[in-house]
Design a protein around this ligand. Structure first.
Ligand SMILES: Cc1cc2nc3c(=O)[nH]c(=O)nc-3n(C[C@H](O)[C@H](O)[C@H](O)COP(=O)(O)OP(=O)(O)OC[C@H]3O[C@@H](n4cnc5c(N)ncnc54)[C@H](O)[C@@H]3O)c2cc1C
Length: 532
């Protein structure tokens, strides 16, 4: 393949960037470990932030910037935040032009001024544009339709094993071809990681899908790049108690209350997520159950505004929210840390490798992301990332040549997994999830973090000495899930070490042994691996 830009990941970030790169004239392909629309983006419910002022007339780009900076608690790059918020209106215009069916104040009016907006936590105004509570799904399907029409090439069921880097320069990537059971090499002048976040490492205690373990971020670590701010995991206040499925902030944005078992409200429902999650966690620690109460909104309004959440409550919790309280708990939801990028989105430490979306740390969200800012980030920066990577690709005037050693090493790695005695990887994954929630969760302390680090390192050694029971080459899901656990266990020590190093509390990172924010830590936590 003679590619200018290889995009890994087909969520909102990957497909938006592919469309923009194609528009620029780049030879581009998008690779995914699933199928194109099977991405976390499709689960986003609440909305995408754009200060249109359609409902709150005094909203403004400045207010959006201010809210984002306040929520980030000193850890964002103000210039990058400004860039994203200033791009927001053109972003929504672009999505409208592609056909995303946003909910409207007046259904008969197709002007941008008629897009409906709701308030999400930490926002000073009703700013989130939405498509009922199917915002991400409709956005992603529209992007995918547009990419197909534009002739973007998609390669499905290719699992990224590693980025190929020679002398500090990215030259392509190694994949496991799931359907055919073979290692594949794709060469490209530039590569873009759009592989999503790592909150799925908290298996059993996360709104994320099972495969969301930060594969791309782990591949950057192995390739010598820098990752940063890994300790900042956002815990969403309201997941269903039994299944951890999200009940979006939109339910509180539309007027839902949080109550304890005595029926008392105990927190401002639309305070930033870290504060609400800690308040709920405190109640649960005291042995008190916590509920979301939307009954007063009435069945008609609930079905009009939150149809998906109504059905999810019925299906997964056996609850009719129009008549009953919804039992909830806070769980891992979003990862603020990720691949460290510069202002051109190039990965710190790997030339020619770029990153966008939840896998990247573009210093937008800092210590605490605002609801609605992630969908904005993944689309608002697509053009900039496409431009940077294509400019870089055009600066490479020779053909890409890759040594054979990468493929040989990858084949040896897979053979070893297939040959070694099998272990129960699913139990290990569940153990890891529980350990992370209990010791590296909403409230942390030095002793439990140190203990968690020892236990994770042990799990890492155990996994590397074991294999899987299914020895088939083709369509081997057992192998894919081993690889995901392998990556989760590469990143868990990075999360824990970063949390240990940050001896303060800031946003989503709360240490009970250091409960205050400290000026000594107004800095980012960087991690890279040194070759031995
Ligand atoms: C339940 C839920 C609700 C949310 N609601 C909102 C909301 O209302 N508003 C908001 O702003 N944000 C919301 N978020 C956050 C937001 O949806 C995500 O941050 C965003 O969609 C991430 O997009 P992305 O393109 O970066 O990653 P993803 O959509 O996660 O896509 C990652 C892609 O990378 C691929 N990939 C991963 N690993 C590999 C590999 N090894 N090899 C090949 N391909 C790989 C995946 O298959 C996928 O295609 C929500 C998140 C969740 C979980």
């Amino acid at each position: 393949m003679d590619l200018d830009v290889l995009i890994i990941g087909s969520g909102g970030a990957g497909i938006s960037t592919a469309l923009k790169a194609k528009e620029l004239g780049a030879k581009v392909a998008v690779v995914t470990k699933h199928y194109p629309t099977n991405a976390q983006t499709s689960m986003a419910q609440g909305g995408i932030n754009v200060a249109l002022g359609n409902i709150d007339k005094d909203d403004s780009v400045e207010a959006h910037i201010k809210d984002t900076i306040i929520s980030a608690k000193g850890l964002c790059d103000d210039g990058m935040v400004k860039r994203m918020c200033s791009n927001a209106t053109s972003t929504i215009e672009w999505l409208e032009s592609l056909g995303v069916p946003f909910s409207r104040i007046d259904e008969a009016n197709s002007a941008i001024g008629s897009i409906a907006q709701r308030k999400l936590g930490g926002a000073s105004h009703k700013r989130a544009c939405y498509a009922q509570d199917y915002t991400g799904l409709k956005l992603l399907h529209t992007l995918y339709d547009s990419a197909n029409r534009a002739g973007v090439e998609f390669i499905s069921e290719y699992y990224l094993l590693d980025i190929i880097v020679e002398s500090g320069v990215a030259k392509g990537a190694l994949f496991w071809d799931i359907a055919n059971g073979q290692v594949r090499v794709i060469e490209s002048k530039s590569i873009i990681l759009a592989t999503g976040g790592y909150a799925g490492i908290y298996d059993g205690y996360t709104t994320n899908a099972y495969g969301v373990v930060g594969d791309g971020i782990a591949s950057v670590l192995r390739a010598g790049g820098v990752i940063s701010d890994m300790e900042f995991i956002q815990f969403h206040p309201t997941a269903l108690k039994g299944s951890s499925i999200l009940v979006s902030e939109s339910a509180r944005g539309e007027g839902g209350y949080l109550v304890n078992a005595n029926g008392d409200r105990f927190v401002d429902e639309l305070a930033p997520r870290d504060e609400v999650a800690r308040a709920i966690f405190d109640e649960i620690q005291k042995g008190v159950d916590v509920y979301l109460d939307v009954r007063h909104l009435g069945e008609e309004k609930l079905y009009e505004l939150l149809p998906q959440e109504m059905e999810l409550c019925k299906l997964h919790e056996g609850i009719d929210p129009a008549k009953e309280l919804i039992p909830i708990k806070p769980v891992a939801h979003y990862s603020m840390g990720g691949v460290d990028v510069d202002d051109k989105f190039m990965v710190n430490g790997i030339k020619g490798c770029f990153a966008i979306g939840e896998c990247s740390n573009a210093k937008i969200h800092g210590a605490n992301r605002l609801g609605g800012n992630s969908l904005l980030e993944i689309v608002a920066f697509a053009n900039d990332v496409a431009q940077s990577s294509y400019e870089y690709a055009k600066s490479i005037d020779s053909d890409i040549e890759i040594g054979i050693s990468h493929e040989i090493k990858a084949n040896r790695f897979i053979d070893k997994i297939l040959e070694q005695q099998s272990c129960n990887i699913y139990k290990k994954r569940a153990d890891l999830g529980r350990l992370m929630y209990e010791s590296v969760g909403i409230i942390r302390d030095g002793d439990s973090l140190s203990d968690a680090l020892d236990r994770v390192m042990l799990l890492q050694v155990e996994l590397s000495n074991s294999g899987i029971s299914d020895k088939a080459l083709k369509h081997n899901q057992n192998l894919v899930e081993y690889l995901e656990l392998y990556n989760a266990l590469a990143l868990a020590p990075a999360i824990i070490s970063s949390a240990l190093a940050r001896e303060e509390s800031r946003g989503a990172h709360y240490r009970k042994d250091y409960p205050s924010m400290s000026d000594d830590y107004t800095k980012h936590t960087n991690i890279s691996w040194r070759a031995e």
